[in-house]
Design a binder for this molecule. Structure first.
Ligand code: FES
Length: 293
């Protein structure tokens, strides 16, 4: 097993299949190239890895303990196994720990139907909860103008922090408190633009912790038709999806990897779209101040 420098290609084996990737990439990138899906909760390709959730555990031949696939750099010649009974047992426990005191408000949570925690519980048949802990979650933060923060639902993946710090530059969220009291908060007065306008924090939240107030309790995601479009935000040329039902625009989303903006949304796309639904807008063109036929 030899380490190689960046920009060289290395070969490794995952679940018995050989794959070649650029040196310096994590194991999860090699698995993705093979079409092998390693479960994740905190991994997001467009930001640096946090390594918080531990559900991406894999075994590497010759290494005593499982390693996290999201932030373990692949090296030439390693043999990786992504699923064994022991790995699944450990993954199940990680998921159950995330669920300790997670509120069972999925029926009214705006993330229901597109929540990574729901999906991972379903995929792994999490049907019981052997762990208990005193519930010390912070109450909802409701006084930010455009985002409602629900710490009890948060899994502390830090995606909302990193998308601002590393990509858009307008977020200034941080982890306040420690241990089971830790929650996402915002630095006040640090930036000229306050971070609570960072709609990308809502977009990358894997659960229902960061909720857009304009979208809150307006629609179920599965009832919305996603229509590919370009953003109307001044000159930003985002590739977006208009989330529409009954000719009404409910929100705007964008997908990572397949869009030129890599899923990032401008302020207008995140929060400034409601004028589209205004009944004061013209339905037909005006000619000399009169509606044309
Ligand atoms: S995805 Fe690897 S630790 Fe969360």
């Amino acid at each position: 097993m030899s380490h190689k420098t960046e920009n060289e290609m290395i070969r490794l084996t995952i679940d018995g299949q050989e794959v070649e990737i650029e040196a310096g990439l994590p194991i999860i990138a090699a698995a993705e190239k093979l079409g092998i899906k390693i479960p994740t909760m905190c991994y997001l390709k467009k930001i640096s890895t946090t390594g918080a959730c531990r559900v991406c555990l894999v075994e590497v031949e010759g290494v005593d303990a499982p390693v996290t696939a999201c932030n373990t750099i692949a090296v030439d010649g390693i043999k990786v196994t992504t699923s064994t009974p022991e790995l699944e047992r450990q993954r199940h426990d990680m998921i159950r720990l995330m669920l300790v005191n997670h509120p069972l408000d999925c029926p009214v949570c705006d993330a229901a139907g597109e929540c990574d925690l729901q999906d991972i519980c379903f995929d792994h048949h999490i049907l019981d909860q052997p762990f208990k802990a005193q519930d010390v979650a912070m109450p909802k933060i409701k006084d930010w103008p455009l985002i409602e923060n629900v710490p009890a639902r948060c899994i502390l993946c830090e995606k909302c922090i990193k998308v601002g710090h590393e990509l858009t530059g307008i977020g200034d969220f941080y982890v306040n408190e420690v241990g089971d009291k830790a929650y996402i908060d915002r630095n006040e007065g640090q930036n000229t633009i306050d971070p609570y306008i960072e709609g990308n924090a809502v977009a990358v939240c894997p659960v229902g912790a960061m909720i857009s107030k304009p979208y809150r309790h307006k629609a179920r995601c599965w009832a919305l038709n996603k229509i590919p479009s370009l953003s109307f935000a001044g000159g930003s040329l985002e590739q977006v999806e208009l989330n529409v039902k009954d000719a009404k625009l409910y929100r705007i989303t964008s997908a990572d990897d397949i869009t030129i903006n890599n899923g990032l949304l401008s302020f207008d796309s995140s929060f400034g779209y409601e004028f589209v639904n205004s009944t004061a807008r013209l339905g037909v063109p005006l000619i000399d101040g009169e509606e044309s036929d």
